[in-house]
Design a protein around this ligand. Sequence first.
Ligand SMILES: Nc1ncnc2c1ncn2[C@@H]1O[C@H](COP(=O)(O)OP(=O)(O)O)[C@@H](O)[C@H]1O
Ligand SMILES: [Mg+2]
Length: 240
Amino acid sequence: MLSVENIDVYRGRTHVLRQVDIHVKHGEIIALIGANGAGKTTTLRTISGLLHPAKGKILYAAGKGKRQIEISSLPPEQIVSTGVSHCPEGRGVFSQLSVKENLLVGAYLRKDNKIEQDIQSIYEMFPILEERSTQAAGNLSGGEQMMLALGRSLMSRPKLLILDEPSLGLAPLVIETIFNKLKKINTEGVTILIVEQNAVMALELSHRAYVLETGRVTLFGRSADLTLNPEVQKAYLGGE
Ligand SMILES: Nc1ncnc2c1ncn2[C@@H]1O[C@H](COP(=O)(O)OP(=O)(O)O)[C@@H](O)[C@H]1O
Ligand SMILES: [Mg+2]
């Protein structure tokens, strides 16, 4: 579905990513783990078209049997319209807008008549959002803002959902709720690429994972195997 092929990315004059190669198949949950500053956010921002690679390319196919297209030079709105939704680091909810208005923002490229229906299904997933639907998003707790950010991403009806550190700063119980919903969203047919510093949770959730170290992919494989890898345990799972 998504092939990130040997991309090099600069931010200003800093050479942040080197030959990053990541492949996501339909229906998978892929985790990207790595320390602070490794280049995880840069990778996601490049996939979504907010940054462009200096070398390499990114190919994407919206569905099984759909033609692969090169997205690495497309603007972000066009990438969203192909079915890629990016739930950014720090949530990025519009704090002055109401909860419902935030959800509507997520649907801004849609022209169908099922938007209200989808808002209802987000409310079923996270009932607190319905209770707070007319309140300003800025008044929500961190966990509620994460639910809203996820709901807003789903409002574009993505085929590929990209999440940047959804667990950051949240209480364990809220993280569990959100990760359980991610599993459900995935079983309903949405492919997921998730960046997490919480490697334990990310490896538990995902089918496969990539480890990024100072801008390079240093390891990848099935998450269950990586969990048992001594290097991964030492660096990311708090092992000896
Ligand atoms: N806007 C920027 N300009 C220059 N360098 C940046 C910018 N944003 C991030 N970087 C650098 O790129 C590297 C990777 O950052 P980032 O992708 O945010 O890492 P991660 O998400 O893994 O913590 C870091 O060394 C960071 O200092
Ligand atoms: Mg980051």
